[in-house]
Design a binder for this molecule. Structure first.
Ligand code: ZN
Length: 346
């Protein structure tokens, strides 16, 4: 059983998830653990995962007819080693916000759905190794699953992310994207929603819209642009070579991206991670989809964030929540701009 616990001193939530200890450790620690002989995510090994919640066939079409051969492009399966436990049978699918008091602390055994999107039956480890068909279908599946999570009322916020390589938290090499539905809106998310609201009231721009307009004017940290997206290294980057992929217009909702926009997003993720791998010698990285809690999605200006894990947090970061970044984002953007052009033409 997992417990979500709130510390009133730090104001932070922690997820106590002891059963996560049982998950496979193909990559942790990478130097010492021998690779598993069977990869549960490879085509042909479908029986190694729980029954698929959705399967996208070779044309990228969602199938609900038990399609199980290994010609699929994306498979969505429940996370066997979920951090939150399963939804209580008696909950009727609704998320309650009740917490128990434990002295000055709060704790909740609230649960949200957790799924994995496996974007290819091929054993590859990074978004940079997916082909155009696979990246397109990955984002289609992500859209479908978040929409379904929202419609089912099983979560207040959906966090979609990918951990690539062990230093970024990956436990299996085969590329996979995780989707965690959270039953709580943390202070971190609530504060972001409030800052966004303030920005809208002040200048009728979402926060991300204000950032994008200013960055385009400055033109010092822009890596590349496409019809619908801009790639930039944000002014206050916490990580070296941190990048955002931002929709050019705030009315481009993630839930309603069309096929062409999904293509663009997938190709930008692919080329950006490929550049980072060429330029930084295959760093671990995290990819995050930053969307607002469902109840605040009307004013949302979402973006995708890629965080190379080239530095480690230490005492200062842990004690102050201020991160030390040795790479100015202006220089990072300049280098990535050249790398991106070489990657695209190479
Ligand atoms: Zn595999």
């Amino acid at each position: 059983m997992s417990d979500l616990r709130f510390d009133p001193v730090s104001g932070l939530w922690t997820l106590i998830a002891p059963h996560r200890d049982h998950r496979p450790v193909e990559l942790l620690p990478v130097e010492k653990v021998r690779k598993r002989s069977i990869c549960p995510f490879c085509g042909g090994n479908e029986s190694e995962t729980p029954t698929a919640l959705a399967v996208y066939d070779s044309q990228g079409v969602a199938r609900t007819d038990g399609h199980s051969d290994n010609t699929w492009l994306s498979r969505v399966v429940p996370n066997k080693y979920a951090s939150f436990g399963k939804l209580d049978a008696g909950s009727n699918g609704h998320v309650s916000s009740a917490c128990d008091h434990h002295g000055p602390f709060l704790a909740s055994s609230l649960h949200g759905p957790q799924e994995l999107v496996i974007p290819t039956p091929r054993h590859v480890s990074s978004l940079s190794e997916l082909d155009g068909h696979e990246t397109r279908t990955l984002w289609h599946a992500a859209q479908d699953r978040i929409n379904s999570m929202r419609a089912d009322g099983l979560a207040r916020h959906a966090m979609l992310f990918m951990n690539c390589r062990s230093q970024a938290g990956a436990s299996l090499e085969h590329v996979h994207v995780q989707l965690m539905g959270s039953p709580v809106v943390t202070d971190y998310l609530a504060a972001r929603v409030q800052r966004n609201r303030d920005s809208l009231q002040r200048e009728n721009k979402t926060l991300v819209e204000a950032v994008l307009a200013w960055e385009l004017g400055e033109d010092k940290r822009i890596v590349t642009q496409s019809d619908n997206f801009t790639v930039l290294c944000p002014f206050a980057s916490r990580f070296a070579y941190q990048t955002w992929i931002v929709p050019n217009r705030r009315d481009v909702s993630f839930m309603q991206l069309d096929a062409r926009q999904r293509d663009e997003l997938g190709l930008l993720c692919r080329s950006l991670t490929g550049c980072l791998e060429d330029h930084l010698h295959n760093p671990a990285y995290n990819m995050l989809l930053q969307i607002a809690p469902f109840e605040n999605s009307a004013d949302d200006h979402w973006y995708v964030e890629i965080l190379p894990r080239t530095t480690r947090s230490a005492g200062f970061e842990l004690g102050t929540d201020v991160w030390v970044n040795p790479m100015p984002p202006e220089l990072a953007a300049e280098q990535l701009k050249v790398a991106q052009q070489e990657f695209t033409t190479g």
